[in-house]
Design a binder for this molecule. Structure first.
Ligand code: TRP
Length: 322
């Protein structure tokens, strides 16, 4: 039987090029070899987002982005977490078999405490809800960035504990699948991330996109000097979008001299403009029809709830809840 790959996308911002290369593209490729379930984790976003219109908007941004990038809802189960309230029932059972100490060791919670913040209980409980997302669907692998590894390991521990207490085979043990692309730098040369304000939004185009590309940090060699492409933020992004031949050509031009960083930035701009053009058009059309997006997600949720119900029936019987 095909293994199941499931992941959640937190709708807190419009996806950027780093999200595409590090998460979206690899997750979509998995749909060729796995049974896939991808969902929008809107209840996870609620630990931080306080603006209802923004949250709804980001759910539609994320849905339109994944569909525009090639997610086929007939092949991949695609739904909104809040449309599957069964997640909360499982999360309670998991909370009851988890030691508070394990959650106290959660990275996000620990960081917040270390910074002297007063995190809400949702931040503390976050890994339990995430484990429920995963375990409800008999997930084998969870494609995620390295920062989420601990969460998946915790979900695995919880599944093992449930099986130990209530019978082997009650829940499937998931494994993390770290998908992060080598490293996608942002315009300032450090990892592209929303919180650093160094991102290139996925469906930006024209003047704005060009300006962002021109703002990428580079060396200060003169036009004539030969330049080393390898390891520079500009080339690291370029390489992940362009073909191997194009990358080799750009590298050679830089190495030959008489080719400035400005020229290389233009080359990056062109490749982004070109690569994302068809997706950008699809995105614009999809995003203009929020009701259509909701309908796609609702169909996914219907199917998801069927699977969720089966897992809960199994669990309810074994825990003595009837
Ligand atoms: N915590 C994940 C993130 O911030 C989002 C998420 C929620 C998730 N539930 C999940 C990821 C279940 C994988 C599986 O990116």
């Amino acid at each position: 039987m095909m293994k199941t790959s499931l992941t959640g996308i937190k709708p807190t911002h419009i996806p950027h090029v780093g999200n595409y290369l590090g998460a979206i593209r690899p997750a979509l490729r998995l749909s060729e070899t796995y049974r896939t379930a991808y969902f929008i984790a809107d209840y996870h976003a609620l630990t931080t987002v306080r603006d209802p219109a923004a949250l709804r908007g980001h759910v539609h941004d994320v849905a339109a982005t994944w569909l525009a990038c090639g997610l086929d809802p007939d092949k991949t189960l695609f739904y909104r977490q809040s449309d599957v309230p069964e997640v909360f029932e499982l999360s309670w059972v998991l909370a009851c078999i988890t030691a508070t100490g394990q959650l106290e060791r959660g990275v996000a919670y620990k960081d917040a405490i270390a910074k002297g913040e007063a995190p809400n209980a949702g931040v503390f409980y976050y890994p339990v809800l995430m484990a429920a997302d995963i375990l409800l669907f008999d997930t084998d692998v969870v494609p995620i960035g390295a920062d989420q590894r601990q969460h998946v390991e915790l979900a695995r521990d919880m599944a093992a504990r449930v099986n130990h207490l209530f019978g082997e085979g009650t829940l499937v043990l998931p494994e993390p699948l770290i998908t992060e692309a080598p490293l996608v730098p942002g315009t300032d040369g450090t990892k592209m991330s929303k919180s650093k304000g160094n991102t290139i939004p996925l469906f930006e185009s024209g003047k704005k996109l060009r300006k962002l590309c021109l703002s990428i940090v580079t060396g200060s060699e003169t036009l004539e000097e030969p330049k080393k492409a390898e390891g520079t933020p500009l080339f690291e992004i370029y390489r992940q979008l362009a073909t191997a031949d194009e990358s080799a050509a750009l590298e050679a031009k830089l190495a030959a001299g008489n080719f400035g960083w400005g020229h290389a930035k233009e080359a990056l701009y062109e490749v982004i403009e070109r690569d994302f053009a068809p997706m950008r058009e699809r995105f614009t059309a999809l995003r203009a029809d929020p009701a259509g997006l909701d309908a796609v997600l609702a169909r996914g949720a219907d199917q998801a709830r069927g699977i969720a119900r089966a897992t809960l029936d199994r669990l309810r019987a074994r825990t003595g809840i009837r």
